[in-house]
Design a protein around this ligand. Structure first.
Ligand code: AMP
Length: 285
């Protein structure tokens, strides 16, 4: 049965409500998002529901994690549709703060996580992760959840949040949800809506490359991270118009370069199809 969530914009109103729930002994779960929901987002809600009694979903397109030339203005938004979808999965509260309350005049404080944010997206999207950690730290302070969930699709983001929580002693347990994909393997993403039908078809090459590379490792045909990276890049580049922004095979825990496959590695990439930049990854054990 559908359950209509309470929708709250105001920070203090939200804090009051959540505090009451905590006082009643409820375990609070938080799902931070930028909205325009697909099944990936909803799977995080479904998963965290199994750990919590009271679910808060935040919807906020955070300007601090977009560089000036990026798609902040055109980022897809559909608050009404999102709330309808949340009704079906059943959440308690939707937090929709505005920029005035998140970054008021004379705002000055940012959270910076160092090493793990340096490669991959961090190397390509200036100050992106500082924007992410800042907004997530703010959400943690506002909502004070017991548990928060992040998608493995944004693998570097997940590691960064875990690092921040560990370093700054946030009293939050971080769990992750696996990447939900379309039937042809393309990772679900709000940005898929930008793709022309031709590019949508071409974009399937990303997951094909990740999966084939992983299989070749299992079959013993690829023996170093460098070989994996070259193999995957060559597959992606068979598709006309696919432009690799980065493609790396790094230690899956530290995101440092490694020369061996003794420990799990992550094969992660960002690929442009036209102006649309898609990211994906696979862990190879
Ligand atoms: P976003 O709205 O893009 O900021 O994403 C909100 C959360 O959903 C993040 O933790 C993402 O990692 C997660 N997410 C995005 N796409 C997927 C997907 N295809 N499968 C699972 N989780 C996802």
């Amino acid at each position: 049965m559908d359950k209509t969530p309470i929708v709250i914009k105001d920070v203090y109103e939200l804090q009051c409500l959540v505090k009451t729930q905590k006082n009643h002994g409820k375990i609070i779960g938080l799902v931070p998002t930028m909205g325009f929901f697909h099944e990936g987002h909803l799977s995080l809600v479904e998963k965290i529901k199994t750990y919590c009694d009271y679910i808060v979903v935040s919807i906020y397109v955070n300007p601090a994690q977009f560089s000036p030339h990026e798609d902040l203005d055109t980022y897809p938004r559909d608050l009404k549709g999102d709330i309808e979808k949340l009704k079906r999965v059943g959440v308690d509260l939707v937090f929709t703060p505005d920029c005035k309350s998140m970054y008021p005049e004379n705002y000055q404080s940012f959270v910076c996580v160092r090493d793990v944010t340096k490669p991959l997206c961090g190397n390509k999207r200036e100050s992106h992760f500082e924007g992410v950690t800042t907004i997530v730290a703010k959400l943690f302070n506002i909502v004070q959840p017991n548990i928060a969930i992040f998608g493995e699709k944004d693998y570097q983001q997940l590691l960064t949040i875990k690092q921040m929580v560990r370093d700054l002693y946030f009293p939050v347990k971080i769990i992750s949800g696996k990447t939900i994909r379309e039937d042809d393997g393309l990772a679900k993403s709000s940005r898929n809506s930008y793709l022309s039908s031709e590019d949508r078809e071409k974009a399937t090459i990303i997951y094909k490359a990740l999966i084939k590379s992983s299989l070749e490792v299992k079959n013993g045909n690829l023996k170093t991270p460098e070989n994996i990276k070259i193999f995957a890049a060559n597959i992606i580049l068979t598709v006309q118009g696919a432009v690799i922004d980065y493609l790396e095979c790094l230690d899956a825990q530290s995101l440092k370069t490694t020369e061996s496959l003794n420990k799990p590695v992550v094969l992660a990439c960002a690929v442009f199809f036209g102006k649309t930049r898609l990211i994906d990854n696979i862990i190879i054990k």
